[in-house]
Design a protein around this ligand. Sequence first.
Ligand code: SAH
Length: 218
Amino acid sequence: MNSDPSRLLMPRSQEGLARLIDREGLDDGRIAAAFRAIDRRVFVPSRFHRVAYEDRPVGIPADQTTSQPSLIARMIDAARVPAEGRVLEIGTGYGYQTALLARLCREVYSVERHRELAERAEANLLAAGIDNATVKVGDGWAGWPEHAPYDAIVVSAAASEVPGALREQLAEGGRLVIPVAEVGSDNVYLCEKTGGETKIVRLLTPARFVPLVRGAPE
Ligand code: SAH
């Protein structure tokens, strides 16, 4: 049994989860609307359906996790996804954040290292009625140069440094949100490209992520 007392206050419905996101005080009001529109239950394994609306990470196959919803919300908010824009996501997982991003912009491209997860994410996105997100199996360290530049890039796994390919593939004025593994914790940074250079603007929050692994899956 899980004895964590915060469980008692956890949302039990999609609307409850959306209300929790309402209370995050985000700049972009479209984000809570995206949480209302996308059912997280579709994007977690069936054995976790019971806890799908709780604000916590949930395990998915290949020893990965789908991120905590409020953290996803804050990262997407910081990325300032433009309605007419093109977004790159690194680390698709089961596709929940992909679906949320797809509600907010015109096109989403998402790179996932594990084929098993990428295929499942595609099926989940289809089930959720999302038709403007494309998933590929690949190494996120290389980004997805064919569709660059991107107005926003959101990375869902902790890198050892900000990958050069992602810095390059960002559009001028675009924003990159990325967790970096540092001593003691992972830190989520907001970067922005100005004058042709992608620089760190500020630290958003410490958080825990799975590592952004280098190279193709074994
Ligand atoms: N965005 C997802 C997060 C999934 S966890 C969600 O919110 O549900 C992070 C994902 O990053 C995992 O699925 C993992 O397989 C993937 N990943 C790790 N290293 C990667 C790499 N180098 N390239 C692409 N994906 C990677």
